[in-house]
Write a new protein. Sequence first.
Length: 96
Amino acid sequence: MLVDSRADLVRRRTMVINQLKAYTHLWLNHTPGDLTRRPGMTSLTTLVDTTDMSAHVRRVLTEMITEIDGLNKRIRGLENTVRELVTQRWLIVCTS
């Protein structure tokens, strides 16, 4: 179940990232880097914060960045949980 949940989140994150990249290319003439990692998110956030654009465009881009950040955190959390469960299972098997 955890693996399926992670897969669903990764699919959702991919959709949002692709949409955000299209919007930033259209509205800012910029193609962001890897938005699954902190440096890419920080760079794009800085660009959105410092570029002159309408409040509506800024709000949409900011909401999408926030959503991706939340999805990244949830995915990392699930990966850590799965890793811990696998490690615990391995320890149980090794000590049995």
